[in-house]
Design a protein around this ligand. Structure first.
Ligand code: UDX
Length: 457
């Protein structure tokens, strides 16, 4: 915290930014990291957040916080239908957000507000800010390649790829090479029309805003960026990976179990498989048991994050096979939530079995940890395809989640020559990440452009 304060003091003052994160873990982390990055460059930061999944201001004494009522009913806040949750938030937060922003602008006499930085999934914000004569830059927290696929959903519908037919899963989607039909980013919802509306509004906002910030880097997604720029003619700033500027442990909504770090300290280098499926993904009991058997039968050390809620209709570990803990005792550790970035950077970690949420994917890449990919929904399907087929740093567990396939994938990654090749390739990518964050590196340069752009408003 002292470092970040010092760098803030050394730089220009008098420009305040308003940030509005979407209140979900995978969106909060990158927005807070971005807030830290911009604060360290001299900007003052105000964060507007909802009562739903609120942030804890005492973790960030150098930011100013304003909370707004989200108006969600209890049943709306607890729904597992992500599409409906996002849609309801977007409907119910418009007025509270407008009122809060208008008041902040009125009160900001001695320190001008340069712009709003909003998660693009808050699709009403650009219009509200425009009405108050404030420019908006949006943050897209996912990969560019997955954004391209979401933006193409209407086209895929028109071309007959959707709804997905079971007999066409392995067919290539020519319009989105190298995706297959089974990678099209479907999200289960009781209201598909609401999902399409959300995506359309998000894309419309991304075209109307003053710029898009990406938690990605040019060396990784140059081709996707070129394709995107044909259709989205707004300034793009690839300044990631954010967490390499500042870690994000303070924005965890759940307490991280730090005991796993001392356990990792006792393990051999590159020996432990870290298994985590992020903050939203859910699996059924049968899948959970296959995963457990696969881990047990592989005989490899593992650290497994079993988040309460990971297994549908279970509290926590009840569906574990009988005798699992005895069978794996000593070489396996289960926790509810881990300090993931620290875990992935630990020398004992040799592989990452992930759902390929974009934060997890980037965090794995940045530490040179090769992956096993088990995407669950949405953008994860695309990230997994890129990890396995384009960047070639992971094994895609795509057919039959059964214990035999799992055991074999774990051994291929952790002890066989294939895993070693993947590790070398991932370390190569890590080298490129390190370069893009230094002096003349692409992300550093793009950050400078972003700062100058904001100061030009
Ligand atoms: C969601 C979507 O599911 C994902 O597809 C999208 O790309 C971002 O929003 P989530 O599923 O939570 O995110 O995954 P991810 O993007 O990987 O973010 C999870 C974050 O939680 C990471 O920053 C990770 O470091 C952190 N985490 C995860 C922990 O701190 N501890 C854990 O035990 C697991």
């Amino acid at each position: 915290m002292e470092n970040i304060r010092e760098s803030h003091m050394q730089l220009k003052k008098g420009h305040r930014l308003i940030l509005f994160p979407l209140p979900l873990q995978g969106h909060i982390n990158p927005m807070i990291q971005l807030a830290n990055i911009l604060y360290s460059k001299g900007f003052s930061i105000t964060i507007i957040h909802t009562n739903f999944n609120p942030l804890n201001p005492s973790n960030y004494p150098y930011f100013t916080f304003h909370s707004i009522p989200d108006g969600l009913l209890e049943c709306e806040a607890s729904t597992e239908d992500l599409t409906l949750l996002i849609s309801n938030l977007n409907v119910k937060c418009v007025e509270p957000f407008r009122n809060c922003l208008a008041k902040l602008l009125l009160d900001a006499l001695d320190e001008p507000i340069s712009c709003l930085i909003s998660d693009v999934v808050w699709w009403f914000t650009e219009e509200v800010a425009k009405g108050l004569k404030l420019p908006t830059i949006v943050l897209r927290t996912n990969s560019i390649c997955s954004f391209l696929a979401f933006a193409a959903l209407q086209l895929l519908l028109d071309k007959g790829y959707l709804p997905i037919q079971a007999c066409r899963l392995e067919e290539p989607v020519h319009e989105l090479h190298p995706l297959k039909v089974k990678d099209i980013p479907v999200i289960k919802t009781s209201k598909p029309e609401v999902l399409q509306e959300t995506i359309n509004k998000m894309a419309k906002q991304a075209k109307a805003c003053s710029g898009i910030i990406w938690n990605s880097f040019e060396e990784l997604e140059r081709d996707a960026l070129t394709t995107l720029a044909k259709d989205f003619v707004v300034p793009m700033f690839l300044i990631g990976p954010f967490h390499k500027h500042f870690p994000a442990s303070s924005s965890s909504l759940v307490t991280q179990d730090r005991n796993c770090i001392s356990w990792l300290d006792t393990q051999a280098p590159n020996s432990v498989l870290y298994v985590s499926f992020g903050s939203i993904a859910a699996i059924n009991e049968a899948e959970f048991q296959e995963i457990a058997w696969g881990l047990a039968n592989s005989k490899q050390p593992f650290l497994w994050v079993v988040r309460p809620g990971l297994v549908n209709s279970s509290e926590w570990l009840e569906p574990l096979p009988d005798g699992f803990l005895e069978m794996t005792g000593g070489r396996g550790l289960i926790v509810k939530w881990a300090p993931q970035q620290e875990v992935l950077a630990h020398p004992a970690i040799g592989g990452f079995w992930t759902h390929n949420g974009w934060n997890s994917t980037l965090e794995g890449l940045c530490e040179g940890v090769p992956m096993i990919c088990l995407p669950n929904f949405g953008d994860q399907l695309i990230n997994a395809r890129y990890v396995s087929n384009v960047w070639r740093v992971g094994i895609h567990l795509e057919n039959n989640l059964d214990r035999g396939n799992i055991e074999s994938a774990i051994k291929r990654l952790m002890v066989e020559a294939e895993g070693q090749e993947l590790r070398i390739r991932t370390l190569n990518l890590k080298g490129r990440v390190d370069l893009c964050l230094r002096g003349k590196g692409s992300s550093c340069q793009n950050l400078e452009h972003l700062i100058n752009y904001i100061l030009s408003f």
